[in-house]
Design a protein around this ligand. Structure first.
Ligand code: COA
Length: 284
C-alpha cells in the first residue's frame, strides 16, 4: 500500500524515538524514505534506533534532548537539522505516566508528568513552528495522545490532564497556524504492549482482563500505529488537520456502550438468552 519513497521529502523529528512506539514510527518512516531524527533522554536507545534505520538502508540521526527544557529542545533541533536538513515533520511522542491514587500524589509528581507531556509537546511544537513560520515553509505536527484525553481517567490524572491539553493544543494550532501551511493532528492509541507503557500501566495479572475490553480481541501492534502515523503525515493526507484518530481495536467504544458487556457472553448462549426474553406471539 505504501510506496518505498512515500516520505522521501520528509525530515521527521520524533521525541522519545529511542523506544516503544517512537522507535516503531522512526523505523517505519525510515523505510518509507524519510530522514529520521530521534531525540530523547537515553542516548544508548537513540543510537540503537539510528543503527537499525541505517542497517535497513535509511538515513537517521540522534540528539540528546529533554523536552521539558526549551533550550535543550532548540539545541536538539539544531543538531538534527545540521545532520539531516530542515525538519518538516514533528512527532510529539515522548511521554511520562504512572498509575497512582490521586490523593497520594505530590505536586512534584503531577509536575513530573505534565512537564514531559504538555510542556514538552508545547516546547517542541513552538520551536519547530517558529522555524517553519520564519522560513515560510509548510510543516506538520503529529501528537500521540490517548483515548482518555477527552473522558479523563481514574488513577492517571496527571497524564489525563496533560494529554487533554496536548489534544487541545493540536486543535488550536490547526486553526491558528493553517495560514502558514502547518497541519496538526493526533493519534489516540489504546493498549500497545510496549515496555515503557505496560511496565507502568498494566500490572501483570491484568492482561487478560484488559484484552476482554478490546472488541477485536488483542492489543495493538506497534507497526500498526507506525503505519497510521505514516499515512497521516504523508502527502496522501494533505487536507486533514485538527483531527484525532483513535487506534484501539474498539476499546473506548466498548467502554462507553450500555450493552457492550453482552459481547463477553458466548454468542450462542447470548442468542439463546435473547430468544427466551422475546415475547411469545400470544403474549403480544
Ligand atoms: N506514584 C506516585 N508518585 C510517583 C510515582 C508513582 N508511581 N513515580 C514517581 N512519583 C513521584 C516521585 O515521588 C516524585 O515526587 P516527590 O519529589 O514529591 O517525591 C515525582 O513523582 C517525580 O519523580 P521522579 O522519579 O524524580 O521524576 P522523573 O522526572 O525522573 O520521572 C516519571 C518522570 C515519573 C514520569 C518517569 O516514570 C519517567 O521518566 N517516565 C518516562 C517514560 C514513561 O513514563 N513512559 C510511559 C509512557 S505511557
Amino acid at each position: 500500500m505504501f510506496q518505498a519513497n512515500l516520505l522521501q521529502d520528509h525530515v521527521v523529528l520524533i521525541t522519545g524515538g529511542g523506544s516503544g512506539l517512537g522507535r516503531a514510527m522512526a523505523e517505519r518512516f525510515g523505510q518509507l524514505g524519510a530522514k529520521v531524527g530521534v531525540v530523547g533522554r537515553r542516548e544508548a536507545l537513540l543510537q540503537e534506533t539510528v543503527a537499525a534505520i541505517a542497517a535497513a538502508g535509511g538515513t537517521a540521526a540522534w540528539a540528546r534532548c529533554d523536552v521539558r527544557d526549551p533550550a535543550s529542545v532548540t539545541a536538539a533541533v539544531d543538531a538534527i537539522e545540521a545532520q539531516l536538513g530542515p525538519v518538516t515533520t514533528l512527532i510529539n511522542n515522548a511521554a511520562g505516566n504512572f498509575l497512582a491514587a490521586t490523593e497520594e500524589l505530590s505536586a512534584n509528581a503531577f509536575d513530573a508528568v505534565v512537564k514531559i507531556v504538555l510542556n514538552g509537546t508545547f516546547n517542541c511544537t513552538l520551536d519547530l513552528g517558529r522555524r517553519w513560520i520564519e522560513r515560510g515553509t509548510a510543516g506538520q505536527v503529529l501528537a500521540i495522545v490517548t483515548t482518555y484525553a477527552w473522558t479523563g481517567s481514574a488513577f492517571v490524572v496527571p497524564s489525563a490532564c496533560a494529554k487533554a491539553g496536548v489534544l487541545v493544543l493540536m486543535k488550536s494550532l490547526a486553526v491558528e497556524w493553517a495560514t502558514y501551511g502547518i497541519r496538526c493532528n493526533a493519534i489516540a492509541p489504546g493498549p500497545f504492549p510496549t515496555e515503557g507503557a505496560f511496565s507502568r500501566l498494566m500490572p501483570e495479572g491484568m492482561h487478560q482482563e484488559a484484552l476482554q475490553q478490546v472488541p477485536l480481541g488483542r492489543f495493538g501492534r506497534p507497526e500498526e500505529l507506525a503505519n497510521l502515523a505514516a499515512y497521516l503525515c504523508s502527502p496522501m493526507n494533505a487536507w486533514m488537520t485538527g483531527e484525532c484518530v483513535t487506534l484501539d481495536g474498539g476499546e473506548v467504544l466498548k467502554a462507553g456502550q450500555e450493552f457492550s458487556r453482552m459481547t463477553d457472553i458466548p454468542r450462542d448462549e447470548l442468542k439463546a438468552g435473547l430468544a427466551m426474553m422475546r415475547p411469545t406471539k400470544s403474549a403480544k
